[in-house]
Design a protein around this ligand. Structure first.
Ligand SMILES: C[S@@+](CC[C@H](N)C(=O)[O-])C[C@H]1O[C@@H](n2cnc3c(N)ncnc32)[C@H](O)[C@@H]1O
Length: 259
């Protein structure tokens, strides 16, 4: 799948499923968004929430000079419906913000899907002030217990899928290295395993819808929901390993021109 195909897929997907990531994370034992936002509490300057979706981090940073940016009108409408803002519709590869105008960038569950990634990282660097902070939350491929592995095998078997075709798979467990290469100073790189409560048919259906699977037909999705609804049970937990990377832009920058 090339960048164009991916962009078409992800635009259509979020048009049909606004707020889906936040809904899925509402099944978690504790909020991944609170964990992501921790290092940004009290940060100086504007906080840009990149690819904000329904903007769940807005509630985690109530006192921040926060702005959410996303490409999807449907996601932004969902954020507005939840009373969150200000919001701007734009692509992450062409941010409508001035050079060095943000104190922090918050990137929840988006760097593995934003294309073209080098341009997106260049834009983050451009809008961050020297010494500014990037906090990113991404899926991790490691950290599952043996029962966690079995749980995911069960889910993917129901969906007849092997993996999600992330366009930037290196921006998951390899994110810290990627950011170092892009000129950031990585302050911390941590993995935490959350658990999702798959205890009802509704939770099972949400899980079946929440994965990026471009080849999934409506018929297969329905069959997967039925299969996962049979698997769902009180106390059923699915492990979800996530990685939080916090990185700063060095204060001494090579000279950069505004775009
Ligand atoms: C997995 S969702 C994460 C949403 C939100 N950050 C969260 O964690 O709930 C990925 C988001 O990236 C947005 N997106 C995808 N490609 C984009 C792009 N090129 N520029 C801006 N946003 C994009 C989608 O519309 C979607 O809202």
């Amino acid at each position: 799948m090339d960048d164009e195909d991916w962009r078409r897929f992800i635009t259509a997907y979020h048009h049909e499923h606004p707020g889906i990531t936040e809904q899925l994370f509402s099944l978690a034992d504790t909020s991944p968004y609170a964990w992501l936002a921790e290092p940004l509490v009290g940060v100086e300057g504007a906080v840009l929430d990149l690819a904000c979706g329904s903007a769940p981090t807005r509630d985690q940073l109530p006192d921040a000079d926060w702005v959410g940016i996303d490409l999807s009108a449907a996601e932004l409408a969902e954020a507005a419906r939840r009373g969150r803002g200000p919001l701007v519709r734009a692509g992450a590869d062409a941010l409508p913000m001035a050079f060095a105008s943000a104190g922090a960038v918050c990137a929840a569950m988006c760097l593995p899907v934003l294309t073209p990634l080098p341009q997106v990282l260049a834009e983050i660097r451009r809008v961050l002030r020297p010494g500014g902070t990037l906090a990113a939350l991404v899926p991790s491929q490691s950290g599952l217990s043996p029962s966690g592995v079995l749980g995911w095998l069960r889910v993917m078997a129901a969906l007849r899928a092997v993996r999600q075709p992330w366009p930037n798979p290196q921006a998951r467990d390899g994110l810290a290295a990627l950011l170092r290469d892009a000129g950031f100073r990585v302050r911390c790189d941590q993995r935490r395993v959350f658990t999702l409560a798959i205890d009802s048919a509704d939770a099972a259906a949400l899980l079946a819808e929440a994965l990026y699977l471009p080849g999934l037909t409506a018929r297969r999705a329905q069959a997967a929901k039925r299969s996962l609804a049979r698997w769902a049970a009180p106390g059923r937990r699915l492990e979800l390993p996530l990685r939080r990377v916090v990185a700063d832009l060095p204060t001494e920058q090579p000279s950069q021109e505004p775009r």
